[in-house]
Write a protein that binds this ligand. Structure first.
Ligand code: GAL
Length: 697
């Protein structure tokens, strides 16, 4: 976004100074409760150590009960109360759920699905992002809210919209069609360029005017894939335009107040890398499923995404559940200690605030069975006690704020590739972006290696190892960059179905994986996706090492032709016996590996472990039991090591240096920690002794 007033560092310094430590709080919806409840809320917030709340996210109908009839009386009282109690408001722009009067007057603001279904009001996010009426009413509201609260002492941060794209990622109505055509004409300039990009000679789709182009609405068979991909890009941009329009108003009226919006972890529709430059601080909502055994690894990956999207700056965990959510088929509560552990995990990976959805568990409405910091049963409960204990604990480590993490491994991920990979009419519908990323992230997590999750366009010069997990869409330019990274001495691991198409979803010709063939020293002619449940034996390398001698692959196979690479893992089943399943190739000063199937977890760990060893990548701590995570956040002249025990066993862990235990009241010095199941240690470095060696004569 071209914004000359963009000064995130200055605005964030002001927010950090206000919060004075790791922010702690929740979505606060006092408007769902009688006035009298607020006094109790504020007393309990003091008990829990709350310093910041996300306020008024769904308050449009109350603040503008009729067109242009703004009524701030209620929230004035709430904001005054917050200020009086020293609590910062992350005040919402309130545009996430249009009020009934607006959709009654203008039903055309409602979103429409690909098959023409108009989505009714009654839930939330029921707006077409391209609707000029919605955008106009939202802009007026934001202008009014910002003007009204610009000087309010509680205001510390703006919360624009809410989880853009989480329910309505794209709209197929006529207003969206017109906006899509405008977007296409800006992107392609001429219809000929569009025809070329979309391969429209296929199935008689050649256009002679942009006016003929439609969104990829439900069609007799597969709509044009390049059109579908561009529509995903357009959907992302239409939502970003809504965000940017609100942000521009806020920056004009309150230039010193930082702006954020909360992303949802694992959400396909909005590209965090793309949005990040428009924000002062990145925020994430994270809801790992306590019933999923890899939940903490999935969460860890999303924390590495958000941190890296923000250029490595600290980010805010704006929502997590104190215990259960309400929106899965089965909603497990978090067992004792888990909420604390998972909160510290976010801090370990760069969060400077821990917040929940929501403060008080709702009495009515669709989310009444979603946990709150104050449960239905009240504050004398396990959940509230755990929450308040965590608030007290977080307050003990203000030195964590603003610190950064340095990793030597990059895992590449790209929303455009995600969108393209999961289109229809592919060799297999079972190759899913997030699953594939996790298949590569999990072994690194198990090996205790810190990872940055970055876009293929990112600066890779600081990394020793780059991992490319089924990155289907890869431009020739980014492919060349990866080849140079290897030639210059880097280590690369690439998995099957990477580097297949360009930005327009057109295949890189000459053998797969087009732009990476030379660096990898392999070429592939055909894909052999596996049936669900089919597994095939693989045999590890003859030389001793971490890769098990026998294992399995599933999901996919390729008949790889070696063009200089040697075999590191081979298929062992009858017909495929001896064919390469994973290869390694020296290219220039570096090493490039290719994996042509999905190996079982132990085999994958072995292969990734070898790549780490070749690259000289070390785990965060020399000895780290599986399931124990460690992360180091470094400040100016000091660092903080956070160690998290995700297992059900007690572990003793030796530290490479003496450290101060920042969670114990006496801040005892230790070199060995004992971590009970789900326990956490937060350990500060000791000041380095001044150098007293006499200077040479
Ligand atoms: C988030 C949303 C919140 C609340 C929460 C429940 O997606 O931003 O408003 O609905 O989920 O888990």
């Amino acid at each position: 976004m071209n914004d000359t007033t963009h000064n995130p560092a200055g605005r964030m310094a002001a927010l950090r100074a206000r919060l004075g430590g790791i922010g702690f709080g929740a979505d606060y919806n006092p408007d769902q409760w009688p006035d009298a409840t607020r006094a109790e809320d504020l007393a309990l917030m003091a008990r829990a150590g709350v310093t910041v709340v996300n306020l008024a996210i769904f308050a449009w109908a109350r603040v503008e009960p009729a067109r242009d009839a703004y009524d701030f009386g209620y929230f004035d009282r709430v904001m005054d109360d917050l200020a009086a109690h020293g609590i910062t408001a992350d005040l919402a722009t309130m545009t996430a759920a249009p009020p009934p009067w607006l959709v009654t007057e203008h039903p055309e603001v409602l979103p429409v699905t690909a098959d023409g279904t108009v989505l009714s009001p009654g839930g939330r996010q029921h707006f077409c992002p391209s609707s000029p009426i919605f955008r106009d009413r939202a802009a007026r509201l934001v202008e009014a809210v910002a003007t009204h609260y610009r000087d309010h002492p509680a205001l510390g941060l703006w919360h624009v919209g809410n989880e853009y794209g989480c329910h309505v990622a794209e709209c197929f109505c006529d207003a969206s069609a017109a906006d899509f055509r405008r977007w296409l004409s800006e992107r392609y300039k001429s219809v000929d360029a569009l025809n070329e990009a979309w391969s429209t000679d296929f199935w008689s789709q050649r256009y002679t005017s942009f006016d003929q182009v439609l969104p990829p609405r439900t069609a007799p068979t597969y709509p044009n894939p390049s059109q579908q991909l561009d529509f995903k890009r357009f959907g992302n941009d239409a939502l970003l335009a809504c965000f940017a329009a609100e942000t521009a108003i806020l920056r004009r009226i309150t230039p010193d107040v930082p702006v954020t919006t909360n992303f949802l972890a694992g959400l396909k529709s909005v590209d965090m890398y793309d949005w990040a430059p428009a924000m002062d601080v990145l925020s994430l909502d994270s809801y790992p499923d306590p019933n999923w055994e890899q939940a903490h690894i999935g969460a860890a990956m999303s924390y590495d995404v958000i941190r890296c999207a923000g250029g490595g700056e600290p980010w805010l965990l704006t929502e997590q559940a104190p215990s259960a959510v309400n929106w899965r088929a089965r909603n497990a509560a978090k067992s004792p200690g888990r909420m604390r552990l998972w909160s510290w995990q976010a801090v370990a990976q760069g969060a400077d605030a821990i917040m929940y959805f929501q403060w008080r568990q709702s009495r009515g409405g669709a989310e009444k069975f979603h946990s709150g910091m104050v449960p239905h049963a009240g504050p004398e409960t396990r959940v509230f006690r755990e929450v308040a204990d965590l608030g007290a604990e977080l307050a003990r480590v203000p030195e964590l704020v603003g610190t950064r993490i340095r990793n030597r491994v990059a895992l590449l991920t790209d929303w455009h590739s995600w969108w393209a990979l999961e289109l229809d009419s592919h060799p297999s519908d079972a190759v899913r972006h997030l699953d594939r990323a996790l298949d590569h992230y999990a072994p690194l997590f198990d090996l205790g290696v810190g990872v940055d999750v970055v876009h293929p366009g990112a600066d890779l010069s600081d990394y020793r190892l780059v991992i490319v997990p089924s990155l289907y869409l890869l431009s020739a330019e980014h492919g060349d960059k990866l080849s140079r990274f290897v030639a210059d001495g880097g280590s690369l691991v690439v998995s099957f179905f990477s580097g297949i198409v360009d930005d327009c979803d057109r295949v890189h010709l000459g053998g797969y994986p087009g732009p990476l063939r030379e660096a990898l020293g392999v070429s592939v002619e055909e894909f052999w996706p596996a049936d669900a449940g089919a597994v095939f034996p693989v045999r590890g390398p003859a030389e001793p090492g971490d890769v098990p001698p026998t294992g399995t692959g599933d999901l996919w196979r390729e008949d790889v032709t070696l063009k200089g690479a040697r075999v590191e893992l081979e298929f062992a089943g009858a017909e495929w016996a001896g064919r390469p399943a994973a290869t390694v190739h020296t290219h220039g000063a570096g090493i490039a590996r290719y994996i042509a199937t999905r190996p079982d977890a132990a085999t994958m760990r072995g292969l990734i472990g070898r790549a780490c060893a070749d690259a000289g990548v070390e785990p965060v701590l020399p000895v780290l039991p599986r399931g124990v995570q460690a992360s180091i956040r470094a400040g100016d002249g000091y660092d903080v090591l956070v160690v998290l025990n995700h297992t059900d066993a007690t572990h003793e862990i030796d530290l490479p240096d003496d450290r101060r235990d920042l969670l114990t009241q006496d801040r005892a010095i230790t070199r060995r920690i004992t971590l009970a199941p789900r326990d956490v240690a937060v350990l500060g470095s000791l000041p380095t002794e001044p150098d007293t060696t006499p200077a040479p004569e």
